[in-house]
Design a binder for this molecule. Structure first.
Ligand code: C2E
Ligand code: MG
Ligand code: MG
Ligand code: MG
Length: 279
């Protein structure tokens, strides 16, 4: 009886796995088509200064508008793009688009771009970035690249070399989702990062979990001692904001100050800031 049930379960799992695999194969070929026919766009989420809540920049977040399945979120398709060799192409499009956008916005607004682990260890990356900057005539310090701690699991020599070359272009490098990964802090010593971004999960749980406050406190201290800035992601409530500000966080990002916005909406925000300054 139990044996029979076991076989049933095994069969169920294998057909489940099969359809998952079919789905994956379909998504992969759809992704190839998406690259060719430009089904991607960027949204821009505002970052504000904790001190005065003024707009300081945006994080560019990719979206894939699938022709039949609707919007596919990046955590679903980025890993597929990485595995099937499409990430460099998609990533180059993101960098180009972000440079084009920032060329239209005044200083000191910046745009941050996420860079995947596969991208950061490609020797061509610094050249791609410097060519995009040159094409839109923007200085390197107008863009920021965000990498996660996972990049240090791969080829460290190319990665570190790339990060250094990017810094020489004036490009800012942020360590994203800090605290959720391997959190070996040895690499902070390499002086390539200008910013730590505290993962939203810590920020949102800080209200209910005392140990998260302690973690954030030590991240802020660590950042200060390496002369890095600190951003808190995932700030959703006024309480989250006040807590992060009081803990010494420099920059705030989250639904409280704005969801990821289409270019036109983000552009309106920038124009509004410029008008405010002029008056
Ligand atoms: P991330 O870089 O940590 O980006 C922050 C994510 O948190 C975004 O999700 C954003 O929409 C979401 N978020 C922002 N504020 C809040 C908040 O207050 N509450 C909550 N619950 N969530 C908030 P999104 O856009 O789905 O992106 C997910 C991840 O996909 C990103 O995490 C990043 O790792 C990756 N990603 C996005 N765009 C790109 C890209 O162009 N290239 C690469 N390689 N990865 C990307
Ligand atoms: Mg990010
Ligand atoms: Mg993040
Ligand atoms: Mg994240």
């Amino acid at each position: 009886e139990a044996k029979g049930a076991g076989r049933g379960v095994a069969k169920y799992f294998s057909s489940e796995l099969q359809s998952e695999q079919d789905d994956r194969v379909r998504l992969e070929s759809d992704l190839r088509a998406a690259v060719a026919s430009k089904q991607f766009h960027l949204l821009y989420q505002p970052l504000v200064s904790a001190k005065d809540q003024k707009l300081v920049g945006f994080e560019a977040l990719i979206r894939w508008q699938h022709p039949t399945r609707g919007l596919i979120p990046p955590p679903v398709f980025i890993p597929i793009a990485e595995e099937c060799g499409l990430m460099m192409q998609i990533g180059e499009w993101v960098i180009t688009e972000a440079c084009r956008t920032i060329s239209q916005w005044p200083e000191p607004i910046t745009v941050a771009v996420n860079i995947s682990p596969k991208q950061i260890c490609m020797p061509a990356l610094p050249n791609i970035v410097s060519q995009c900057l040159a094409r839109y005539k923007v200085p390197g310090n107008r863009i920021e690249l965000e990498v996660t701690e996972g990049v240090f699991l791969g080829n460290n020599t190319v990665t570190l070399d790339n990060l250094k070359r990017l810094r020489q272009l004036g490009v800012g490098i942020a360590l994203d989702d800090f605290g959720t990964g391997y959190s070996s802090i040895g690499y902070l010593n390499k002086a390539v990062f200008h910013k730590l971004k505290i993962d939203g999960s810590f920020v949102r749980e800080a209200g209910t979990r005392e140990e998260n406050v302690a973690i954030i406190q030590s991240i802020v201290q660590l950042a200060k001692s390496f002369r890095m800035n600190v951003t808190a992601e995932g700030v959703e409530t006024a309480e989250d904001f006040e807590r992060m500000r009081d803990l010494g966080v420099d920059t705030i990002q989250g639904y409280l100050f704005g969801r990821p916005l289409a270019f036109d909406r983000a552009d309106q925000m920038v124009r509004g800031m410029v008008r405010q300054k002029a008056s």
